[in-house]
Ligand binder design. Structure first.
Ligand code: NDP
Length: 288
């Protein structure tokens, strides 16, 4: 007789606002393709002051794990039993694994970024990089690159957030061997010769502002460099379109998002999902 097991395996995302988060689309597509019929991804609107109750709910329902997005990435850390070393350095957790009530926190944003680079044949060890932005995504990316042995990071951000940039440099200097500096972004930025990897880790170009481009002297970006964007929506930004037109090797933020989500699935289920299926589901959902 066929085994009868109708128990649901739940994962999802806690956030606010969260209604436009496309996580469910890519994760459910992956579960279906993997034949994991009773795995479901829930998009859950959790108020800032309800996070502790939400975490208790996660334990009560024996959910296998959860993603955390704005505004919970930092505050959730107090409810966890263990946090990965890189998430501690980044100072934020975006995914949790629930092992029989014991909660482990990880930050897969920077790891998704590194996987995206690797899938394009780019290794950062010993390389020179320029990162635009100093927010959460930039922090995760710089810490992962620092831990992977990147030689040099120039962080470029608007002057108003100098303390954020300084804090990030402090983390890199104390925990990695990376040379780093912070430059105020007050005009078209020219990428220094000899740079290997250029990262747009700002929200410039994010839907609905889809024609916006980071203020970079585009002629200073050479075909010897690799450009990685973080924006997942649209799946191809105006910046990446322009890079492709100019023959500059590059990768989209959608690739980073898919890799991040694939890593989440692997940590929750122990199985590797089909990233092509996930990418197609994202493109279909965003209507690109
Ligand atoms: P934050 O709000 O923490 O940081 C935003 C950054 O963008 C800041 O450095 C900010 O500069 C900069 N910025 C915003 N507008 C401008 C502008 N007009 N000109 C120059 N700089 C600007 O956000 P996150 O770091 O969390 O997210 C950044 C982007 O990364 C988002 O678009 C998000 O969707 C994406 N992301 C993608 C992921 C993926 O898997 N693909 C994962 C995580 C994030 P300032 O400090 O001066 O305001």
């Amino acid at each position: 007789m066929k085994e009868q097991n109708y128990l649901d395996n739940l994962v999802g995302v806690f956030g606010q606002p969260v209604a436009e988060n496309p996580g469910v689309v890519i994760q459910d597509a992956a579960f279906q393709a993997m034949g994991l019929e009773r795995w479901h991804f829930l998009t859950l609107d959790v108020d800032k002051d309800q996070l502790e109750n939400a975490i208790n709910g996660l334990k009560a329902f024996k959910m296998r794990g959860i993603n955390c997005t704005i505004p919970h990435k930092i505050s959730v850390m107090q409810y966890l039993d263990e946090i990965s070393e890189s998430a501690k350095l980044i100072g934020a957790v975006n995914m949790i694994v629930n092992d029989n009530g014991r909660l482990f926190g990880e930050n897969t944003d920077g790891k998704g970024f590194m996987m995206s680079l690797a899938s394009n044949g780019v290794e950062v060890a010993g390389k020179k990089t320029v990162v635009f932005g100093a927010g959460g995504a930039a922090r995760a990316i710089c810490v992962e690159m620092g831990l992977a042995g990147v030689a040099d990071i120039t962080i470029v951000n608007r002057a108003q957030d100098r303390p954020l940039g300084d804090a990030l440099m402090d983390i890199l200097r104390k925990n990695t061997k990376t040379e780093c500096r912070y430059i105020d972004w007050d005009g078209p930025f020219s990428i220094p010769e000899g740079t290997d990897v250029v990262v747009n880790a700002t929200s410039v170009g994010l839907y609905p502002d889809v024609d916006a481009m980071p203020n970079i002297d585009l002629d200073s970006i050479k075909p010897t460099m690799f450009v990685q964007d973080v924006i997942p929506n649209p799946t191809e930004t105006a910046f990446i379109r322009e890079m492709r037109r100019r023959g500059i090797p590059c990768a989209t933020g959608a690739g980073m998002l898919i890799n991040q989500a694939a890593l989440n699935i692997e940590m929750w289920t122990g199985q590797k999902p089909d990233k092509d299926v996930m990418y197609q589901a994202l493109e279909k959902a965003l209507g690109d």
